[in-house]
Design a protein around this ligand. Structure first.
Ligand code: RIB
Ligand code: CA
Length: 312
């Protein structure tokens, strides 16, 4: 039975690859809807990009919703320096033809969790947690109905990528992250600790291109563009392919090794704002609240990703 999921996202090339992986895996995940959030680029781009990705996959029946256009309590910080002006730079794609749903993304999340049997819907946030936190605030009773939240965000051993201590998704809306991590919902975290071990190296980009399909060409274009920033910054062999690790976890959890630990979010200090204080060594005495992935079988991850993308 495929898991019913909602993908909450700020496309972004890596979000786009995550959405393609999900849409290519109907035996594993049933995408009930995609909700866009402001993050890598503003909402008008992320909500447009989400529809572009569905059209690249040829899955135009997936409902796409626009969610929140700004963090709960702060000015939006974006990442055009990583993702380009549109958020999907790397290959030119036509404007989307498929419509945006009229319903607000937050209301779709609430309605879906109310309608579906309790414990049967997994939320997959790939960007700032603004939509999820807003839904939990507006309808607190839905928290107990969530099967699991599997999110990309945070960092502990890898430290920050937008500041020395914070990862981008958490940094953009730390108040939202604090609400989610304190909500009591089951949370699994794909942080930089994992994604920085899943580098999209040249041979892996070539493997996408070698698929010989439109999707392969598009994904090679996105990942080639996306890597230039991280290679220059880290001198690494490729960029970390962050968001697809969330979907890969749903399909092949055995690719990951995790620990159930306490994770709290810094929302007060300007110096360390948005830091995920992950008690990996269990020294705080605070109750665990999240399953934190520490490692990934990177070759297995890219084999899965390439094999599934070949289906589109
Ligand atoms: O820090 C990496 C995360 O921030 C990824 O989700 C990327 O898409 C950006 O949203
Ligand atoms: Ca993202």
């Amino acid at each position: 039975m495929p898991r019913k999921i909602i993908i909450d996202t700020d496309p972004g090339q890596d979000d786009a690859v995550a959405i393609l992986l999900a849409l290519a895996s109907p035996e594993d995940v049933d995408v009930l809807g995609i909700t866009a959030v402001a993050g890598n680029v503003p909402l008008h781009h992320t909500s447009r990009n989400a529809r572009i990705v569905c059209e690249v996959a040829g899955k135009v029946d997936v409902p796409v919703f626009a969610g929140c256009d700004a963090p709960l309590a702060r000015k939006l910080v974006t990442a055009e320096h990583v993702h380009g002006k549109t958020g999907l730079d790397g290959i030119d794609l036509p404007d989307p033809k498929m419509p945006m749903q009229d319903q607000h993304g937050v209301d779709f999340i609430i309605e879906t969790l109310r309608k579906q049997p309790p414990g049967t819907v997994t939320l997959c946030p790939l960007g700032p947690l603004t939509n999820i936190a807003t839904a939990f605030r507006k309808a607190p009773e839905i928290v107990a109905r969530v099967q699991e939240i599997v999110l990309m965000g945070g960092a502990y051993f890898e430290v920050g990528n937008i500041t020395p201590t914070a990862e981008f998704n958490i940094y953009v809306d730390p108040e939202a992250a604090d609400i989610v991590f304190k909500s009591g919902a089951p949370i699994t975290v794909m942080s930089l600790d994992v994604t920085h071990k899943a580098l999209v190296t040249h041979p892996r980009v070539e493997a996408f291109a070698a698929l010989g399909t439109h999707v392969g060409k598009v994904v090679a274009g996105w990942t080639h563009f996306f890597e230039r920033f991280d290679v220059a910054k880290y001198g690494s062999q490729g960029a970390p392919l962050h968001d697809p690790t969330v979907i890969a976890y749903l399909i092949q959890p055995e690719l990951f090794a995790s620990r159930y630990i306490n994770v709290e979010i810094e929302t007060q200090s300007d110096l360390t704002l948005g830091m995920t204080v992950a008690d990996w060594w269990g020294v705080s005495g605070r109750a665990p609240n999240a399953t934190w992935a520490g490692s990934i079988a990177a070759d297995g991850f890219f084999d899965l990703l390439t094999e599934r993308l070949a289906r589109l």
